[in-house]
Structures are given as C-alpha cells and as structure tokens.
Design a protein around this ligand. Structure first.
Ligand SMILES: NC(=O)c1ccc[n+]([C@@H]2O[C@H](COP(=O)([O-])OP(=O)(O)OC[C@H]3O[C@@H](n4cnc5c(N)ncnc54)[C@H](O)[C@@H]3O)[C@@H](O)[C@H]2O)c1
Length: 432
C-alpha cells in the first residue's frame, strides 16, 4: 500500500510537530479528517494541558480538544521517538529572529534533526513555519537526504505556508486555501492529498521556493501597506484631516483599493518578523529590499507617536506626563487575541515609563504581562480605575470592551483604533 493510497483512504498516521497557534488547529483538522494523529510538542505544560482537554490557544476551545481526544485517534507526546512510526510529519515550530535580527532557524533545524534520527523510507515531510525562500531545498533537503534516501522516491518533501489569522471568526485552517509546493511533482501530489481531506481549497505551485515566497509576499504586502497608512495617519494629523474618514470614503471604490488601517505599531509573530526574513535572504544575493526597510521604520515610529498624543492630551489639561496615571486598554497585539508577542503596547508602556508615567493596563484576554522588568496583572475596567487614570489609551479594540463606560468615566482618551467611531464628538477623545 503506498503512502498516497493510505492518505486517500484516510488510514494515514500523521505527526504534527509544534502545537502552537498553527500546529494545534492543524492537528484537530487532521483528526476530523479521520487520520490517526500524534501531536509532538517539546513544552511539557502544553502536552499536559491538551491531555486534560484544555486549550491554551484563543481560537481553539476546550470542547474541540476533548472531541478530538474522544475519537481515540489523537495522541500527545514530547518524545520524538514517535517519529519512527508516523507516515507524515508537518513541522509547525517557531521561526523567530536572533538577537542580531537575522532569521533563527534553530527550531526548524532541531525538528529536522529529530526526524533524521528516526527516518524511514516512505514518509512525507511538510514545513509550515514561515521562512525565507530556499529554506526547504537548501536547509531541509540535504539533511533529510543524508541517510541515502532519495527525494520524490524514498521520501517526499514540501513547503506549505500556514496563513491562519488568530482571532478571525470567519477564516480558519479549514477554509483558508492551502498553497503547496513540493520538491518534485510527486512530492506536491502527496502533500496536496494530505490536506485535501480536510482543507477546502488546495493551491499547488511549482516549487517550495514559490510557496515560501507566497507567504512572504502576503505578509510584506501587509507590512508595507500598514506602513503607508501609518505615515498617512501622521501626515493627516499635521494637515488636520481625519484619516479614518478618508479610509471609509476611499473604501467605497469598488476596485483598485484595499483598506488598511493605522494603529499603534505592528505586533504578533508574523508581520513584524516575516519581511525581515525576506530582506535578509535578498541581501544574500546582493539585493536591498527598500520598501521593507522603510515600512518597518515607519511602523516602528508609531508607539512614539502614541506617546506624543498622550503628552499633548495631558498638556491640554495642564498636566505633565511625569507622575501621570496612564491606563493602557488592550495590550495584545491585536483585537480579540491574548497574544502579546511583539505587541506595540509594550513599546508604548516602555516609552511612557521612561518619562516616569505610572502605567497600568486592562486586557480581558491577557491576565498578566511582563513590562518594565516587572509582572503586572490586568486591572478591572470599572468606574474607579477609569476615574483614577489621567489618560486612557485604547490600543487593541477587543469586542467585549465596554466603550460606553470608558467614554463616560474618563475625560482624556487616546483612541488608536477608531473604536469611538459613531460616538458623539465631545473633545475628550484624541484619535490617531
Ligand atoms: N501565529 C500565527 O498567526 C502564524 C500564522 C502563520 C504562520 N505562522 C508561522 O508558523 C510557525 C509557528 O508559529 P506559532 O505561532 O504556531 O508558534 P508557537 O510558538 O505558538 O508554537 C510553536 C510550538 O512549537 C514547539 N516546538 C519547538 N520546537 C519543537 C520541536 N523540535 N518539536 C516539537 N515541538 C516544538 C514550541 O514549544 C511551541 O509550542 C512560525 O514559523 C510562524 O511564523 C504563525
């Protein structure tokens, strides 16, 4: 029986390496597809939580984990020895930046080392971690070939970018089209078959390099367009024009325009980091990626712009920032998620503290956060906390925030997300 037949017959035994924002939803889709699945995760607390039917990812409910466990087809382990038994492996491990700002492929390399140690013929390996074009063929292929196995014959290798959008209620792993690029046509065919049983649309491309570049185009496109609109937001401020009203009107054009919105800066594990992977790789071939550099400079300036607004708002009230109580509302990097990785809120916090403001925060999705070398707890969003604050800064506009209460109980609000759109204008809200 070939691997392809096993996949098509849903008899395959699959492994997902790395059960984070990307790997956990994929694991559950594979279980729903009827596969026998093992989730391999190096963090023992994550393995323990899942075994008890508890999810630590906002978009995955405890019920979904329990449902998968109840099928009897989901195992969870921290032991890479399991790799010798599985037929397919999806690598969903982190790809951060190193201290020097270069791509850090150490997690991917660690995952590949575990595979090589237990490798047997007939397996499919798919890298899903975001990375620079060429990684699959330059870094994974030589390592996976060292046991004398031939790609496309003895094993299959592909890259398939994960495009999940945490906190998005409409799009999930299942209904986001899956781009797949194999090293050989046979690799593409086998990898496409694996996804076809659980993902609605599959988009094969000619190589892993193209698939890697697709993801970086998408995220660079976002980074550059957010940079453009952030620059325009600051320009509009100087011109006395409301950028939000401009965008709403521009959006009515039925073609040739896509709305992007300004904000306090870029955050999360993707948009601030992925374009850096691309510019790093471009530099290796003597190419300077100018748009990427400019956009990251403009986006990195936004937390300071937010602080400038706080200073102005306090100044209008005859107050200094030094000693002022500033409440940050929403410290996650975007609405409706609990993820604070690279969150611009932490940069705003740091800048405010440097000027000796007294900073605290409220975030319904983030019970605790580390800022300024200390751990802080989320304060309740109540009348007392709001009235105590000299300035309230709205940074991530979570759906459950009580905007009416914020507006009623504070008279100095910095709104970086146009959250108060539709509320009457009364001079207490300073928009980005
Ligand atoms: N979070 C997103 O929205 C998103 C979207 C698209 C793509 N991506 C990309 O997907 C990749 C994973 O991102 P994430 O957000 O899921 O990361 P994450 O940190 O949430 O999860 C990765 C998991 O991999 C585990 N891990 C590390 N090395 C391992 C190993 N050798 N074996 C088993 N487990 C291992 C970690 O403990 C962690 O739990 C990254 O490359 C990221 O850029 C993320």
């Amino acid at each position: 029986m070939s691997l392809l037949e096993d996949i098509r017959g849903r008899r395959v035994f699959s492994c997902v390496m790395g059960l984070g924002y990307v790997g956990l939803p994929l694991t559950l889709e594979f279980v729903r597809a009827g596969y026998r699945v093992v989730g391999l995760e190096t963090d023992p607390s994550r393995v323990a939580a899942l075994r008890q039917g508890r999810s630590y990812i906002t978009d995955v409910s405890d019920g979904e984990v329990k449902e998968a466990l109840d099928t009897g087809r989901l195992e969870l382990t921290g032991d890479p020895a399991i790799l010798s038994q599985v037929q397919t492996v999806n690598i969903c491990v982190p790809t951060p930046l190193s201290k020097s700002g270069d791509p850090d492929l150490s997690y991917v390399q660690g995952a590949v080392r575990s595979i090589v140690e237990t490798q047997r013929p007939g397996q499919l390996y798919v890298l899903e971690s975001t990375t620079y074009p060429g990684t699959t063929e330059e870094a994974l292929l030589p390592a996976l070939s060292q046991n004398g196995l031939r790609v496309g014959e003895d094993f299959y290798l592909a890259f398939s970018p994960e495009r999940v959008d945490p906190g998005n209620p409409r799009y999930n792993t299942r209904n986001i089209p899956k781009v797949v690029g194999g090293v050989t046509p046979r690799c593409t065919e086998v990898a496409c078959a694996l996804y076809a049983n659980c993902i609605e649309a599959i988009v094969p491309v000619s190589s892993p390099r193209v698939a890697e570049m697709v993801k970086l185009l998408e995220n660079t496109y976002r980074s550059v367009n957010i940079g453009l609109v952030n620059e325009l937001a600051r320009m509009c401020h100087s011109l006395g024009v409301d950028i939000w009203e401009v965008i709403e009107a521009a959006k009515t054009k039925p073609f040739g325009f896509m709305a992007f919105y300004p904000g306090p800066g870029l955050g999360g594990h993707c948009i601030p980091i992925d374009p850096v992977y691309l510019s790093w790789k471009a530099r290796q071939v003597g190419f300077e990626a100018q748009f990427i550099k400019l956009a990251s400079q403009v986006n990195a300036r936004m937390p300071q712009f937010v602080v400038d607004l706080v200073v102005k708002a306090l100044n209008d009230r005859g107050k200094a920032l030094k000693g002022a109580r500033v409440l940050l509302v929403g410290v996650a990097y975007k609405a409706d998620v609990g993820d604070t990785r690279e969150s611009p809120a932490l940069d705003v916090w740091h800048l405010l503290e440097r000027l000796e403001a007294r900073v605290s925060y409220h975030d319904p999705h983030v019970p605790r956060v580390e800022a300024g070398g200390e751990r802080h707890g989320s304060r309740p969003l109540d009348t007392k906390v709001l009235e105590e604050a000299d300035c309230v800064v709205l940074l991530a506009n979570h759906g459950e925030l009580d905007l009416a209460l914020i507006r009623a109980r504070s008279d100095c609000i910095i709104d970086t997300r146009n959250a108060f759109k539709g509320f009457p204008s009364d001079g207490k809200v300073y928009k980005l």
